[in-house]
Design a protein around this ligand. Sequence first.
Ligand SMILES: CC(C)(COP(=O)(O)OP(=O)(O)OC[C@H]1O[C@@H](n2cnc3c(N)ncnc32)[C@H](O)[C@@H]1OP(=O)(O)O)[C@@H](O)C(=O)NCCC(=O)NCCS
Length: 166
Amino acid sequence: MPIVIRAVVESDLPAIAELFYQTVRHISPDLYTPEQTAAWAPEAGTAEGWARRFRGYEAVVAVDGEQVVGFGSVSRDGHIDMLFVHHARQREGIGAALLRRMLELAEAWRVTELHTEASLVAKGLFERFGFVVVTPEDIVRRGVVLRRFRMRRKSGCDLMKGESCG
Ligand SMILES: CC(C)(COP(=O)(O)OP(=O)(O)OC[C@H]1O[C@@H](n2cnc3c(N)ncnc32)[C@H](O)[C@@H]1OP(=O)(O)O)[C@@H](O)C(=O)NCCC(=O)NCCS
């Protein structure tokens, strides 16, 4: 069945919560240790909590039939907050499809610059779409240090023309 990308609706929230939890907990220990993933995603969170997290953002979901296989969120001031793909569906192009949709939304809103805080797992995907690292940073979650990267991308830049997007 083809993957469909659409806006998140309330009934997606429990599946999104579970996907977030399972995806983080399944990240390779080569990138984040079990202590780090436990600090990042101590629990799935409630539907209400996720509705709050998406407030001020356009949240999009990837579905395969009835199943939620990924989600992301972007704000009108150009912040990409979330991008998660089901742990059993990695490297199938779902993350790229979600990011492409968020870039289309940003373009329609005439956002001039996008920014995000990418994990060690997501950095490669964002780079593929022209994001550049502004600075690496170590944040503390529940007493545990997590490495991530502040990244940005100027709108309208054309990677195919060799333009710099940072
Ligand atoms: C990051 C994430 C969303 C990518 O989703 P995905 O569906 O697996 O990515 P795609 O299949 O669309 O990848 C497209 C391209 O991005 C790049 N890419 C994706 N994952 C990568 C990785 N782990 N390392 C290096 N490059 C990667 C590759 O160029 C890839 O193309 P290829 O598979 O032909 O080589 C997914 O790995 C994920 O959910 N990670 C855990 C959560 C997370 O870290 N979220 C980001 C918080 S900012």
